[in-house]
Design a binder for this molecule. Sequence first.
Ligand code: UD1
Length: 355
Amino acid sequence: MKKKIISIIGARPQFIKCAPLSGVLREQYKEILVHTGQHYDRNMSRLFFEELNIPYPDYNLGIGSGSHGEQTGKMLQAIEKVLLKEKGNLVLCYGDTNSTLAAALAGAKLNIPVAHVEAGLRSFDRSMPEESNRIIADHVSDFLFVPSKAGMRNLKKEGLEDRAYMVGDIMYDALLENIPIAMKRSDIMDRMALKKNEYYLATVHRASNTDDRQNLAKILQAFTELDKVVVFPAHPRTAGFIKKYSIQFDKKKVRIIPPAGYLDILKLVKYCSKVLTDSGGLQKEAFYLKRQVVVLREESEWTELVEHGVSRLAGTDRTRIIKYALTDFRSKWNFYPYGKGDTAERIMRVLKNNI
Ligand code: UD1
């Protein structure tokens, strides 16, 4: 009988990360897919399942939004029930969201081995909810699948190197598989009447940027002062705060649209003149598609991109955002800090030897 792996996902980036691995996992194992329900809007969830051909979840826990404690606590309770019922051989979790934390803790408490994909990343900013989530998930996990050398160094400092495996970035696997499909199927450029290299692509969703009125206003102000239109697919929390704070900006210059699907976002990245973002995933997607990034944070977990000069840290500083958006960083693209897109296979090799 096939051994059983319980994969737990809940937020948009986790859907992307699970897609390439789920495919190969199912050749060897029985996978039970659990959706915590953290992201529930169609554009934030179902659309990704459809575009990425992710199997329908065996469980949707329907937890939804809430305060961090409430959301994580409810997930922990509900995941524990599933784990007790399913009696899996491994819990698999991804990234750094509240769903990741709940999954890792639930598995560890029941003494089920836990594997964490995208382990070892640190921003060294403990005020970020994601930072606590990753640290705790790493410390209670048995298999740490690490995307970068910086991640390996962080884990070594924390005494976790024995459980760490350098496997590269699973999002690269997903991108390589989906970019030809995006080029063919996405009609976002026509829909929005956009021309190549004639717009910036922006996303903002970090709590420190969205919940703080001043930071959000500064970012939008900087966008309106740029030399090209800014296409801004807005996360529901961001759209909510722009409304709540009644932030005024030139809507012709900053074109806010609903959250984009995976194929649309790949195409928007591919043809934009630069990406302006506080997202971790988008920083890498831009790099893979040879696009420079202005990072709307003061630090990045993807330090290699900053060191190599393909990303620049601008925080919420209006002057820096504008200056970096208008500057060509003269980037070199032929380096591979996050592997070559064979991460799913590399993870499988480790699992096959151990589970
Ligand atoms: C979460 C992750 C973050 C990740 C991001 C990807 C945590 C702590 N944060 O942030 O690391 O980068 O996902 O997008 O887990 N909302 C909706 N519809 C949805 C989902 C959310 O309207 O489908 C709104 C709700 O008002 C909610 C708010 O967005 O309160 C924030 O959602 P939440 O899941 O708490 O965190 P994210 O900001 O999405």
